[in-house]
Ligand binder design. Structure first.
Ligand code: GYE
Length: 328
């Protein structure tokens, strides 16, 4: 755990001394009973996925008897960096970071390393240059999610002779899921030789409001006639876009086919209602698995650099049967 890591930086005695006498908040002594103090720098509360993810981590920490210090950064990187600095000052045992975007983490990750506090990434990743500054990442393979969406689109529109016209609602600019869901999707369309055109592609920041507003702009700019497919990087943006499409007098799921990523109850309900054509699952319920990883890291073990969460895909024939199984 962090005491062990401190030995390596030569400042162990000083910092350990601070930890030992500063334990008024429950301390970061790693607990003789194995309980840990974990700082969790969460992205925000922008989606049903995120809310479910926060709850999964909070419940799992409680069940495991650990103290979780939870911070909601409202999708603001500056706030997240401040939260991580706060956790360093409090000398938590392990920091869990779900980085809102991929870049800009080098300094604060270095500060955590200098303080001997291991960082575990949950959900989103950071740029490759910072790989040495965190221990491991537990989360989804976003590129694979994009490939799954691309495989369905390539098959569905294979016979579309005059070219498939695509609108894309990207997630938060610079975030790992936006970058990778995009690249995975178009990688497969290209590999499958689909004749397509990206009519427009903008960020809707993973929220329903922005997804709706961007779709309204798409409709004003391009109309919807001849548009074949909307690829929304999450449920909320897809659901917001559906409203915009309906307000424009068109039928989502028919006049324009729609792919969403996440698979919330609301997303599946839209599928059952015929408004969504394909759902790529992204699983937020990795709290228990995260606790295992955090405990291993605190015990000085080095897990695999990346542990993917298991996820499926669902088409129209499966929406109704799957809806009751959805947990968020
Ligand atoms: O798909 C989206 C959320 O990072 C996987 O963030 C997560 C994404 C998820 O806002 O709904």
């Amino acid at each position: 755990m962090f005491k062990k890591a401190l030995a390596g930086i030569g400042a162990g005695a000083l910092l350990f001394g601070l930890a030992a006498c500063g334990g008024g908040d429950g301390g970061s002594d790693g607990g003789d009973d194995g309980s840990l103090v974990i700082g969790f720098a969460q992205v925000g509360a922008e989606s049903a996925w995120r809310t479910a993810n926060s709850k999964s981590v909070q419940d799992a920490a409680e069940a495991a008897g650990h103290t979780l210090k939870f911070n909601d950064a409202q999708q603001d990187q500056e706030k997240q960096i401040e939260a991580v600095r706060g956790f360093i000052n409090q000398q938590v045992d392990v920091i869990v970071l779900a980085p809102v975007v991929e870049t800009g983490w080098t300094d604060v990750l270095q500060e955590a390393e200098d303080a001997g506090i291991p960082v575990v990434l949950a959900d989103r990743g950071v740029e490759a240059a910072d790989e040495d500054l965190y221990v491991t990442r537990l989360g989804s393979d976003f590129a694979e999610e994009g490939r799954k969406a691309g495989a369905w689109a390539a098959e569905t529109f294979a016979a579309d002779a005059d070219g498939t016209k695509i609108l894309e609602l990207q997630g938060t600019t610079g975030s790992a899921p936006a970058n990778d869901r995009k690249s995975g999707f178009f990688e497969v369309l290209d590999a499958e030789g689909l004749n397509y055109e990206i009519v427009d592609s903008q960020s809707g920041n993973f929220t329903a409001e922005e997804g709706k507003a961007v779709m309204e702009t798409f409709i004003t700019t391009h109309g919807l006639d001849g548009i074949d497919l909307l690829y929304a990087h999450n449920d909320e943006m897809g659901l917001g876009a559906i409203q915009a499409i309906e307000e424009a007098g068109k039928v989502p799921g028919q006049d324009i086919q729609i792919i969403i990523v996440d698979g919330s109850k609301a997303g599946f309900q839209a599928g059952v209602d015929g408004k969504v054509n394909y759902i790529v699952e992204c699983n937020p319920a990795f709290g228990p698995q995260l606790m295992e990883v955090v405990e291993a890291v605190a015990a000085g073990e080095t897990p695999e650099k990346f542990t993917p969460v298991e996820e499926g895909v669902f088409d129209a024939t499966q929406f109704e049967a799957e809806l009751p199984n959805r947990q968020f």
